[in-house]
Design a protein around this ligand. Sequence first.
Ligand SMILES: CC(=O)N[C@H]1[C@@H](OP(=O)(O)OP(=O)(O)OC[C@H]2O[C@@H](n3ccc(=O)[nH]c3=O)[C@H](O)[C@@H]2O)O[C@H](CO)[C@@H](O)[C@@H]1O
Ligand SMILES: C=C(OP(=O)(O)O)C(=O)O
Length: 434
Amino acid sequence: MPFRASYDIAALMDAIRIRGGQRLSGKIHVSGAKNAALPILCATLLSDGESLLRNVPALRDIDTTAALLRFLGRPVDCAPPLVRVDAGSQVRPEAPYELVKQMRASVLVLGPLLARHGRAKVSLPGGCQIGTRPVDQHLKGLEAMGATIRLERGYIVAECKRLRGSEVVFDLPTVTGTENLMMAAALAKGRTTLVNCAREPEVEELGRVLNKMGARVSGAGTDVIHIEGADELEPFDHAIISDRIEAGTYMVAAAAAGGDVLLEGAPLEDLEAVAAKLRQAGVEVGREGDCVRIRRDADRPLRPVDITTAPHPGFPTDMQAQFMVLMCLARGTSRIAETIFENRFMHVPELVRMGAQIDVDGHTAHVHGGHPLSGASVMATDLRASASLIIAGLVAAEETEVLRVYHLDRGYEHMERKLAQLGADTVRVSQRDG
Ligand SMILES: CC(=O)N[C@H]1[C@@H](OP(=O)(O)OP(=O)(O)OC[C@H]2O[C@@H](n3ccc(=O)[nH]c3=O)[C@H](O)[C@@H]2O)O[C@H](CO)[C@@H](O)[C@@H]1O
Ligand SMILES: C=C(OP(=O)(O)O)C(=O)O
Protein backbone atom coordinates (compact mmCIF):
# COMPACT_ATOMS: atom_id res chain seq x y z
CA MET A 1 0.00 0.00 0.00
CA PRO A 2 1.59 3.34 -0.98
CA PHE A 3 2.07 5.92 1.76
CA ARG A 4 -0.11 9.03 1.52
CA ALA A 5 1.17 12.04 3.43
CA SER A 6 -1.45 14.24 5.04
CA TYR A 7 0.05 17.72 4.67
CA ASP A 8 -1.29 20.79 6.37
CA ILE A 9 -1.18 22.78 3.11
CA ALA A 10 -1.95 26.08 4.87
CA ALA A 11 0.99 25.61 7.25
CA LEU A 12 3.29 25.13 4.25
CA MET A 13 2.43 28.68 3.21
CA ASP A 14 3.35 30.33 6.52
CA ALA A 15 5.71 33.30 6.50
CA ILE A 16 7.47 35.19 9.29
CA ARG A 17 7.42 39.00 9.35
CA ILE A 18 10.11 40.87 11.20
CA ARG A 19 10.42 44.58 11.89
CA GLY A 20 14.13 45.11 12.40
CA GLY A 21 16.00 47.30 14.83
CA GLN A 22 15.05 45.90 18.26
CA ARG A 23 17.76 44.99 20.76
CA LEU A 24 17.31 41.52 22.29
CA SER A 25 17.22 41.02 26.02
CA GLY A 26 15.93 38.47 28.50
CA LYS A 27 16.03 34.71 28.85
CA ILE A 28 14.85 31.83 26.68
CA HIS A 29 15.06 28.09 27.11
CA VAL A 30 16.98 25.96 24.60
CA SER A 31 14.90 23.03 23.28
CA GLY A 32 15.94 19.40 22.93
CA ALA A 33 18.29 18.60 20.05
CA LYS A 34 16.65 17.64 16.76
CA ASN A 35 19.74 15.80 15.53
CA ALA A 36 19.90 13.76 18.75
CA ALA A 37 16.16 13.01 18.91
CA LEU A 38 15.93 11.68 15.32
CA PRO A 39 18.44 8.79 15.64
CA ILE A 40 17.13 7.97 19.12
CA LEU A 41 13.58 7.69 17.78
CA CYS A 42 14.94 5.30 15.15
CA ALA A 43 16.76 3.33 17.87
CA THR A 44 13.35 2.40 19.35
CA LEU A 45 13.08 -0.02 16.40
CA LEU A 46 15.86 -2.10 17.96
CA SER A 47 13.57 -3.41 20.70
CA ASP A 48 9.94 -4.16 21.52
CA GLY A 49 8.07 -2.58 24.36
CA GLU A 50 7.42 0.99 25.29
CA SER A 51 10.25 3.52 24.97
CA LEU A 52 9.91 7.03 26.35
CA LEU A 53 11.74 10.06 25.03
CA ARG A 54 11.67 13.28 27.06
CA ASN A 55 12.72 16.82 26.16
CA VAL A 56 11.82 16.19 22.50
CA PRO A 57 11.43 19.43 20.51
CA ALA A 58 8.11 20.16 18.74
CA LEU A 59 9.37 20.14 15.15
CA ARG A 60 8.23 19.05 11.73
CA ASP A 61 11.12 16.53 11.51
CA ILE A 62 9.88 14.90 14.73
CA ASP A 63 6.37 14.59 13.25
CA THR A 64 7.85 13.12 10.07
CA THR A 65 9.82 10.55 12.09
CA ALA A 66 6.72 9.68 14.13
CA ALA A 67 4.80 9.18 10.86
CA LEU A 68 7.61 6.96 9.58
CA LEU A 69 7.63 4.82 12.74
CA ARG A 70 3.84 4.44 12.53
CA PHE A 71 4.13 3.43 8.87
CA LEU A 72 6.67 0.81 9.94
CA GLY A 73 4.12 -0.56 12.40
CA ARG A 74 4.98 1.11 15.73
CA PRO A 75 2.27 3.12 17.49
CA VAL A 76 3.66 6.54 18.48
CA ASP A 77 2.14 9.03 20.87
CA CYS A 78 3.88 12.19 19.75
CA ALA A 79 3.22 14.98 22.27
CA PRO A 80 6.53 16.88 22.63
CA PRO A 81 8.32 17.23 24.92
CA LEU A 82 7.18 13.62 25.56
CA VAL A 83 7.15 10.97 22.84
CA ARG A 84 6.14 7.38 23.54
CA VAL A 85 6.85 4.61 21.07
CA ASP A 86 4.86 1.44 21.79
CA ALA A 87 5.37 -2.16 20.76
CA GLY A 88 3.89 -2.97 17.36
CA SER A 89 2.12 -6.18 16.47
CA GLN A 90 3.86 -6.41 13.11
CA VAL A 91 6.71 -4.41 11.62
CA ARG A 92 6.77 -3.56 7.93
CA PRO A 93 10.48 -2.89 7.27
CA GLU A 94 9.96 -0.39 4.45
CA ALA A 95 10.53 3.39 4.43
CA PRO A 96 8.68 5.03 1.53
CA TYR A 97 10.07 7.82 -0.68
CA GLU A 98 7.23 10.18 0.33
CA LEU A 99 8.63 10.32 3.88
CA VAL A 100 12.35 9.98 3.18
CA LYS A 101 12.32 12.85 0.67
CA GLN A 102 10.94 15.17 3.38
CA MET A 103 13.79 14.36 5.71
CA ARG A 104 17.13 12.78 4.79
CA ALA A 105 17.59 11.51 8.36
CA SER A 106 14.88 8.89 7.59
CA VAL A 107 17.72 6.73 6.27
CA LEU A 108 18.51 6.13 9.96
CA VAL A 109 15.87 3.38 10.04
CA LEU A 110 18.00 1.27 7.68
CA GLY A 111 20.49 -0.03 10.28
CA PRO A 112 17.91 -0.87 12.99
CA LEU A 113 15.42 -2.54 10.59
CA LEU A 114 18.07 -4.67 8.95
CA ALA A 115 19.67 -5.71 12.24
CA ARG A 116 16.33 -6.61 13.83
CA HIS A 117 14.33 -8.04 10.93
CA GLY A 118 17.00 -9.25 8.48
CA ARG A 119 15.54 -7.10 5.73
CA ALA A 120 14.95 -3.43 5.01
CA LYS A 121 13.71 -1.51 2.02
CA VAL A 122 14.43 2.17 2.39
CA SER A 123 14.11 4.84 -0.26
CA LEU A 124 17.42 6.36 -1.31
CA PRO A 125 17.34 9.86 0.20
CA GLY A 126 18.66 11.60 -2.90
CA GLY A 127 20.00 15.13 -2.76
CA CYS A 128 18.48 18.24 -1.28
CA GLN A 129 19.06 21.98 -1.42
CA ILE A 130 22.41 21.80 0.39
CA GLY A 131 24.03 18.97 -1.58
CA THR A 132 23.94 15.46 -3.00
CA ARG A 133 23.80 13.75 0.44
CA PRO A 134 25.27 10.34 -0.56
CA VAL A 135 24.89 7.27 1.71
CA ASP A 136 27.67 5.10 0.24
CA GLN A 137 29.49 4.95 3.60
CA HIS A 138 26.37 3.61 5.34
CA LEU A 139 26.00 0.90 2.70
CA LYS A 140 29.69 -0.01 2.64
CA GLY A 141 29.58 -0.55 6.42
CA LEU A 142 26.45 -2.72 6.33
CA GLU A 143 27.99 -4.84 3.55
CA ALA A 144 31.13 -5.31 5.66
CA MET A 145 28.81 -6.62 8.39
CA GLY A 146 27.44 -9.26 6.02
CA ALA A 147 24.42 -7.58 4.40
CA THR A 148 23.68 -7.95 0.72
CA ILE A 149 22.52 -4.69 -0.75
CA ARG A 150 20.95 -3.89 -4.07
CA LEU A 151 19.32 -0.80 -5.49
CA GLU A 152 15.84 -1.32 -6.88
CA ARG A 153 13.74 1.45 -8.42
CA GLY A 154 15.15 4.16 -6.14
CA TYR A 155 15.16 1.97 -3.05
CA ILE A 156 17.97 0.41 -1.03
CA VAL A 157 17.05 -3.24 -0.47
CA ALA A 158 19.23 -4.76 2.23
CA GLU A 159 19.11 -8.35 3.50
CA CYS A 160 21.08 -10.45 5.93
CA LYS A 161 20.74 -13.49 8.19
CA ARG A 162 22.32 -11.96 11.25
CA LEU A 163 24.76 -9.07 10.92
CA ARG A 164 28.22 -9.93 12.18
CA GLY A 165 30.61 -7.66 13.99
CA SER A 166 33.26 -6.23 11.72
CA GLU A 167 35.80 -3.42 11.36
CA VAL A 168 34.60 -0.49 9.25
CA VAL A 169 36.85 2.41 8.33
CA PHE A 170 34.87 5.42 7.12
CA ASP A 171 36.43 7.31 4.20
CA LEU A 172 35.25 10.50 5.89
CA PRO A 173 33.42 11.24 9.13
CA THR A 174 29.67 10.99 8.55
CA VAL A 175 27.20 11.72 11.34
CA THR A 176 24.19 9.65 10.26
CA GLY A 177 26.54 7.03 8.74
CA THR A 178 28.23 6.53 12.13
CA GLU A 179 24.81 6.42 13.84
CA ASN A 180 23.30 3.93 11.37
CA LEU A 181 26.21 1.52 11.82
CA MET A 182 26.24 1.91 15.62
CA MET A 183 22.57 0.86 15.70
CA ALA A 184 23.15 -2.04 13.30
CA ALA A 185 26.18 -3.22 15.30
CA ALA A 186 24.21 -3.12 18.57
CA LEU A 187 22.31 -6.27 17.44
CA ALA A 188 25.13 -7.86 15.39
CA LYS A 189 26.91 -11.01 16.48
CA GLY A 190 30.24 -10.07 18.00
CA ARG A 191 32.32 -6.91 18.18
CA THR A 192 32.27 -4.06 15.68
CA THR A 193 34.94 -1.39 15.48
CA LEU A 194 34.12 1.82 13.63
CA VAL A 195 37.12 3.94 12.65
CA ASN A 196 37.20 7.61 11.55
CA CYS A 197 33.78 8.20 13.13
CA ALA A 198 31.92 11.47 13.42
CA ARG A 199 32.54 12.91 16.90
CA GLU A 200 29.40 15.05 17.19
CA PRO A 201 27.72 15.21 20.63
CA GLU A 202 24.61 13.64 19.06
CA VAL A 203 26.66 10.50 18.23
CA GLU A 204 27.80 10.34 21.86
CA GLU A 205 24.17 10.73 22.97
CA LEU A 206 23.10 7.79 20.79
CA GLY A 207 25.88 5.72 22.40
CA ARG A 208 24.41 6.52 25.83
CA VAL A 209 20.95 5.36 24.72
CA LEU A 210 22.27 2.13 23.15
CA ASN A 211 24.05 1.39 26.44
CA LYS A 212 20.78 1.96 28.31
CA MET A 213 19.23 -0.58 25.93
CA GLY A 214 21.84 -3.17 26.88
CA ALA A 215 24.40 -2.80 24.08
CA ARG A 216 28.02 -2.26 25.05
CA VAL A 217 29.24 0.85 23.23
CA SER A 218 32.52 2.54 24.07
CA GLY A 219 34.27 5.47 22.45
CA ALA A 220 31.14 7.27 21.10
CA GLY A 221 32.18 10.92 20.72
CA THR A 222 35.72 9.90 19.67
CA ASP A 223 36.89 8.78 16.25
CA VAL A 224 37.01 5.06 17.16
CA ILE A 225 33.87 3.37 18.49
CA HIS A 226 33.63 -0.24 19.71
CA ILE A 227 30.26 -1.97 19.92
CA GLU A 228 29.70 -5.38 21.45
CA GLY A 229 26.48 -6.67 19.89
CA ALA A 230 23.65 -8.08 22.03
CA ASP A 231 21.10 -10.80 21.17
CA GLU A 232 18.25 -8.59 22.32
CA LEU A 233 17.88 -4.99 23.42
CA GLU A 234 15.54 -3.39 25.96
CA PRO A 235 13.28 -0.35 25.54
CA PHE A 236 14.45 2.82 27.28
CA ASP A 237 13.48 6.06 28.97
CA HIS A 238 15.72 8.98 28.02
CA ALA A 239 15.77 12.79 28.14
CA ILE A 240 17.33 14.34 25.01
CA ILE A 241 20.30 16.77 25.31
CA SER A 242 19.86 20.46 24.45
CA ASP A 243 20.17 21.59 20.86
CA ARG A 244 23.60 23.13 20.32
CA ILE A 245 22.65 24.45 16.89
CA GLU A 246 19.49 26.13 18.16
CA ALA A 247 21.56 27.64 20.99
CA GLY A 248 24.26 28.76 18.56
CA THR A 249 21.63 30.35 16.32
CA TYR A 250 20.29 32.48 19.21
CA MET A 251 23.87 33.35 20.22
CA VAL A 252 24.42 34.77 16.74
CA ALA A 253 20.98 36.46 16.72
CA ALA A 254 21.79 38.25 20.00
CA ALA A 255 25.24 39.19 18.72
CA ALA A 256 23.78 40.61 15.51
CA ALA A 257 20.88 42.54 17.04
CA GLY A 258 22.85 43.61 20.10
CA GLY A 259 21.62 43.34 23.67
CA ASP A 260 21.99 40.99 26.61
CA VAL A 261 20.54 37.48 26.33
CA LEU A 262 20.56 34.41 28.56
CA LEU A 263 20.13 31.00 26.93
CA GLU A 264 18.99 28.49 29.50
CA GLY A 265 20.47 25.02 29.06
CA ALA A 266 22.76 26.02 26.14
CA PRO A 267 25.60 23.46 25.91
CA LEU A 268 28.55 25.87 25.68
CA GLU A 269 31.01 22.96 25.90
CA ASP A 270 29.69 21.73 22.51
CA LEU A 271 29.82 25.20 20.98
CA GLU A 272 33.42 26.18 21.62
CA ALA A 273 34.23 26.77 17.95
CA VAL A 274 31.26 29.13 17.58
CA ALA A 275 31.92 30.90 20.89
CA ALA A 276 35.58 31.44 19.95
CA LYS A 277 34.62 33.08 16.63
CA LEU A 278 31.99 35.25 18.34
CA ARG A 279 34.58 36.46 20.87
CA GLN A 280 37.03 37.13 18.05
CA ALA A 281 34.36 39.28 16.41
CA GLY A 282 33.95 41.30 19.61
CA VAL A 283 30.96 39.61 21.26
CA GLU A 284 30.91 38.72 24.98
CA VAL A 285 30.10 35.04 25.53
CA GLY A 286 30.15 33.60 29.03
CA ARG A 287 28.53 31.14 31.36
CA GLU A 288 26.12 32.21 34.09
CA GLY A 289 24.73 29.33 36.15
CA ASP A 290 23.02 26.96 33.73
CA CYS A 291 22.79 29.69 31.09
CA VAL A 292 25.04 31.05 28.37
CA ARG A 293 25.10 34.84 28.39
CA ILE A 294 25.62 36.81 25.17
CA ARG A 295 26.24 40.54 25.33
CA ARG A 296 26.99 43.10 22.70
CA ASP A 297 26.52 46.81 22.63
CA ALA A 298 24.90 47.29 19.21
CA ASP A 299 26.87 50.52 18.67
CA ARG A 300 30.19 48.72 19.09
CA PRO A 301 31.57 47.66 15.70
CA LEU A 302 32.08 43.98 14.95
CA ARG A 303 35.41 42.70 13.64
CA PRO A 304 35.50 40.51 10.51
CA VAL A 305 36.38 36.88 11.23
CA ASP A 306 37.20 34.05 8.82
CA ILE A 307 35.57 30.66 9.29
CA THR A 308 35.99 27.24 7.71
CA THR A 309 33.32 24.64 8.43
CA ALA A 310 34.58 21.24 9.61
CA PRO A 311 33.36 18.11 11.36
CA HIS A 312 32.95 18.46 15.15
CA PRO A 313 34.69 19.93 17.10
CA GLY A 314 35.32 22.32 14.18
CA PHE A 315 32.98 25.14 13.18
CA PRO A 316 29.63 23.44 12.33
CA THR A 317 28.27 23.69 8.82
CA ASP A 318 24.83 24.03 10.46
CA MET A 319 25.96 27.45 11.83
CA GLN A 320 27.58 28.80 8.65
CA ALA A 321 24.57 30.66 7.20
CA GLN A 322 23.74 32.37 10.51
CA PHE A 323 27.36 33.45 11.07
CA MET A 324 27.50 34.88 7.57
CA VAL A 325 24.76 37.37 8.49
CA LEU A 326 26.83 38.52 11.48
CA MET A 327 29.78 39.06 9.17
CA CYS A 328 27.60 41.25 6.93
CA LEU A 329 27.58 43.67 9.90
CA ALA A 330 31.35 43.58 10.56
CA ARG A 331 33.69 46.36 9.46
CA GLY A 332 35.74 44.72 6.71
CA THR A 333 35.88 41.53 4.67
CA SER A 334 35.60 38.04 6.07
CA ARG A 335 36.13 34.73 4.30
CA ILE A 336 33.69 31.86 4.88
CA ALA A 337 34.71 28.46 3.52
CA GLU A 338 32.13 25.63 3.40
CA THR A 339 33.86 22.26 3.31
CA ILE A 340 31.03 19.84 4.21
CA PHE A 341 28.24 20.39 1.69
CA GLU A 342 28.76 21.54 -1.89
CA ASN A 343 25.73 23.81 -2.22
CA ARG A 344 25.26 25.44 1.16
CA PHE A 345 25.33 29.08 0.05
CA MET A 346 21.70 29.30 -1.10
CA HIS A 347 21.08 32.08 1.42
CA VAL A 348 23.62 34.34 -0.32
CA PRO A 349 21.37 35.60 -3.17
CA GLU A 350 18.61 36.33 -0.65
CA LEU A 351 21.00 38.26 1.63
CA VAL A 352 22.24 40.17 -1.43
CA ARG A 353 18.61 41.16 -2.13
CA MET A 354 18.63 42.70 1.35
CA GLY A 355 21.74 44.77 0.54
CA ALA A 356 24.56 42.45 1.63
CA GLN A 357 27.76 42.44 -0.44
CA ILE A 358 28.96 38.86 -0.81
CA ASP A 359 31.00 37.23 -3.58
CA VAL A 360 30.97 33.48 -3.88
CA ASP A 361 33.87 31.67 -5.46
CA GLY A 362 33.30 27.91 -5.38
CA HIS A 363 33.23 26.81 -1.75
CA THR A 364 34.29 30.20 -0.42
CA ALA A 365 32.24 33.32 0.23
CA HIS A 366 33.86 36.74 0.74
CA VAL A 367 31.58 38.85 2.86
CA HIS A 368 32.20 42.58 2.58
CA GLY A 369 30.64 43.83 5.79
CA GLY A 370 29.39 47.21 6.83
CA HIS A 371 26.69 47.75 4.19
CA PRO A 372 23.30 48.34 5.80
CA LEU A 373 20.66 45.67 5.26
CA SER A 374 17.15 46.65 4.31
CA GLY A 375 13.97 44.65 4.65
CA ALA A 376 12.63 42.65 1.72
CA SER A 377 10.54 39.60 0.91
CA VAL A 378 12.97 36.71 0.89
CA MET A 379 12.64 33.00 0.34
CA ALA A 380 13.87 30.36 2.76
CA THR A 381 15.63 27.58 0.84
CA ASP A 382 16.74 25.22 3.59
CA LEU A 383 16.62 24.93 7.35
CA ARG A 384 19.67 26.93 8.46
CA ALA A 385 19.35 29.37 5.53
CA SER A 386 15.87 30.20 6.88
CA ALA A 387 17.32 31.00 10.30
CA SER A 388 19.93 33.24 8.71
CA LEU A 389 17.24 35.24 6.91
CA ILE A 390 15.33 35.71 10.15
CA ILE A 391 18.52 37.03 11.81
CA ALA A 392 19.06 39.35 8.83
CA GLY A 393 15.49 40.60 9.35
CA LEU A 394 16.29 41.46 12.98
CA VAL A 395 18.96 43.94 11.88
CA ALA A 396 17.49 45.17 8.59
CA ALA A 397 15.73 48.51 8.25
CA GLU A 398 11.93 48.24 8.13
CA GLU A 399 10.08 45.04 7.39
CA THR A 400 11.37 41.65 6.21
CA GLU A 401 9.11 38.80 5.22
CA VAL A 402 10.65 35.33 5.18
CA LEU A 403 8.59 33.03 2.99
CA ARG A 404 8.49 29.21 2.97
CA VAL A 405 9.24 28.89 6.67
CA TYR A 406 8.25 25.24 6.55
CA HIS A 407 12.00 24.70 6.20
CA LEU A 408 12.52 26.58 9.48
CA ASP A 409 9.82 24.54 11.21
CA ARG A 410 11.79 21.36 10.47
CA GLY A 411 14.37 22.37 13.04
CA TYR A 412 13.38 25.38 15.20
CA GLU A 413 10.66 25.25 17.82
CA HIS A 414 8.50 28.43 17.46
CA MET A 415 11.45 30.63 16.53
CA GLU A 416 9.29 33.71 16.04
CA ARG A 417 7.84 33.28 19.56
CA LYS A 418 11.23 32.78 21.21
CA LEU A 419 12.59 35.89 19.50
CA ALA A 420 9.49 37.88 20.46
CA GLN A 421 10.09 36.76 24.06
CA LEU A 422 13.47 38.52 23.78
CA GLY A 423 11.84 41.71 22.50
CA ALA A 424 12.05 41.20 18.75
CA ASP A 425 9.13 42.27 16.57
CA THR A 426 8.48 38.91 14.89
CA VAL A 427 5.14 37.37 13.91
CA ARG A 428 4.03 34.36 11.96
CA VAL A 429 1.66 35.15 9.16
CA SER A 430 -0.46 32.21 8.32
CA GLN A 431 -2.76 31.51 5.41
CA ARG A 432 -5.13 30.24 8.08
CA ASP A 433 -5.32 33.80 9.44
CA GLY A 434 -6.86 34.81 6.11
C1 LIG B 1 20.05 14.58 11.04
C2 LIG B 1 21.47 15.03 11.19
O1 LIG B 1 22.14 14.71 12.17
N1 LIG B 1 21.94 15.82 10.24
C3 LIG B 1 23.29 16.38 10.32
C4 LIG B 1 24.27 15.39 9.72
O2 LIG B 1 23.88 15.14 8.39
P1 LIG B 1 24.47 13.89 7.61
O3 LIG B 1 24.72 12.79 8.57
O4 LIG B 1 23.55 13.63 6.46
O5 LIG B 1 25.82 14.43 7.08
P2 LIG B 1 27.16 13.61 7.01
O6 LIG B 1 27.91 13.81 8.29
O7 LIG B 1 26.84 12.23 6.60
O8 LIG B 1 27.92 14.33 5.83
C5 LIG B 1 29.27 14.77 5.96
C6 LIG B 1 29.95 14.69 4.62
O9 LIG B 1 30.11 13.35 4.25
C7 LIG B 1 29.61 13.09 2.95
N2 LIG B 1 29.10 11.70 2.95
C8 LIG B 1 28.25 11.31 3.91
C9 LIG B 1 27.76 10.02 3.95
C10 LIG B 1 28.18 9.10 2.97
O10 LIG B 1 27.79 7.93 2.94
N3 LIG B 1 29.03 9.54 2.01
C11 LIG B 1 29.52 10.82 1.97
O11 LIG B 1 30.30 11.18 1.09
C12 LIG B 1 28.55 14.16 2.75
O12 LIG B 1 28.31 14.42 1.39
C13 LIG B 1 29.18 15.35 3.46
O13 LIG B 1 30.09 15.96 2.62
O14 LIG B 1 25.57 15.92 9.74
C14 LIG B 1 25.72 17.10 8.97
C15 LIG B 1 27.19 17.48 9.01
O15 LIG B 1 27.59 17.78 10.30
C16 LIG B 1 24.80 18.19 9.51
O16 LIG B 1 24.85 19.27 8.62
C17 LIG B 1 23.36 17.70 9.57
O17 LIG B 1 22.58 18.62 10.28
C1 LIG C 1 20.87 19.87 7.32
C2 LIG C 1 20.22 19.63 8.44
O1 LIG C 1 19.36 18.59 8.63
P1 LIG C 1 19.25 17.28 7.68
O2 LIG C 1 20.54 16.56 7.81
O3 LIG C 1 18.11 16.53 8.27
O4 LIG C 1 18.99 17.78 6.28
C3 LIG C 1 20.38 20.49 9.62
O5 LIG C 1 20.01 20.04 10.72
O6 LIG C 1 20.89 21.61 9.46
